[in-house]
Design a protein around this ligand. Sequence first.
Ligand code: NAP
Length: 330
Amino acid sequence: MSVVSIKPETSSEEETKEEKIYDAIIIGGGPAGLTVGIYLSRARMDTLLIEKAMPGGQAILTEIIENYPGFPHGIAGPELMQKMEEQAVRFGLKIEYGETEEVKVKKDKVKIVKINNKEYRTLTIILASGAEASKLEVPGEEELRGRGVSYCATCDAPFFKHQKIVVVGGGDTAIEEALYLTKFVWEVTIIHRRDRLRATKILQERVFANKKINFAWDSVVTKILGKEKVEGVLIQNKKTGEEKEIPCQGVFVFVGNVPNSKFLNKVVKLDQKGYIFTDDNMMTSQEGIYACGDVRKKLLRQVVTACGEGATAAYAAQKYIEEIKGVSYR
Ligand code: NAP
C-alpha cells in the first residue's frame, strides 16, 4: 500500500472544508460506534464520531437490557449507553453533532464525510449508523403520528395512563415494549400477523402471563382510525378475511427496522433492504470503509453483537491506517 500524501485541498468551497485528515470518522453513536470510539481512542488514532441526535442509539429507548453480560439484574438502556459514551470520551474521543449528508471516496485513499455543509477528511470511515423503526404504511398512520401513533414506549407511555392501546408486531421489541406499557395503561392488545410470536421465549412466558395483555392473532392493521387523535384501528384476519374495529387511544408500532444507509448513495454494497455487506473483519466493499452494528447485514441485532463488531471494525481500521502511514507493527 502506498503512503498517502497529506496535502491541503484548495477549491472555491475552501471555507467549508477542514484541512486536517482524521485517522477515522465514525458515523453513529450507538453501542457499535461508541465501542469503535473506545478502541480507536485507546489506540491513539485521531478519531471523530458523528452523531445526529444523542449518543446511545436505539438502546437508549430501552427500559432495561437484560442480556448484556455483566449485569445479572439487567441495566437501564440509557445508563448503559451513558457509561459507554463516558468511557469513549475519557480516552479522548471527539464527538460532533450533525446528520451525515454524504460520503465520498477520493483516489488517494482519503475519504470525505459531509455534515452540516462542511467536509471532513479521513483515512477510514466506520459506518455505525444503525436502524430506525419501520412504519406500517397504512392510512391514518402519518396523519395521527404524535396524536396517538407512537414508535417509542419509553418516550410516550406516560401519555396513555389508564387507557386502552394496541401494540403491532410480534418480535422482541413489540413484546418488551408491550410489557413495559402495562405499567401505565389499562389494557394492551397485541396485533400480530401470525399465530405465534417471533420474540425470544422468556419474553413470551412473561407476555402470556400478563393479565393486561390480550392478542389479535393472524391479523394486520389496515387503517388507523380517528380525526384529531387515535380512536381505534381497523384490523383484518389474514386467514378468514374478517374485518373488525378495535377501539383504542394509542397505537404502538414495532414491526422491525430500516437501516440508516440512504446517505451512502452506492459508495458501499448494500442488500435490497439497505443493510451493508461486510467481510469477517467488518470491511465493506470499499477499501478503508467498515460497518458494524444494526446497519450491517447479519443474523443477530443486539447490543452485545454491536459492541463485538465495533471492536473488530476498530482493530481492522487501525491496521489499515498503520499500513497506509507505514507504521505497521509486523
Ligand atoms: P423483528 O425481530 O424484525 O420483528 C418485527 C415483527 O414485526 C415481526 O414479528 C414481524 O412479523 C412483524 N412485522 C414486520 N412487518 C410487519 C408489517 N408490515 N405488519 C405487521 N407486522 C409486521 O424486529 P424487532 O422486534 O424490532 O427486533 C429487531 C432486532 O433487535 C431483532 O434482532 C431483535 O432480536 C433485536 N432486539 C433484541 C432485544 C433483546 O435482546 N432484548 C430487544 C429488542 C430487539 P413476522 O414475525 O411475521 O416477520
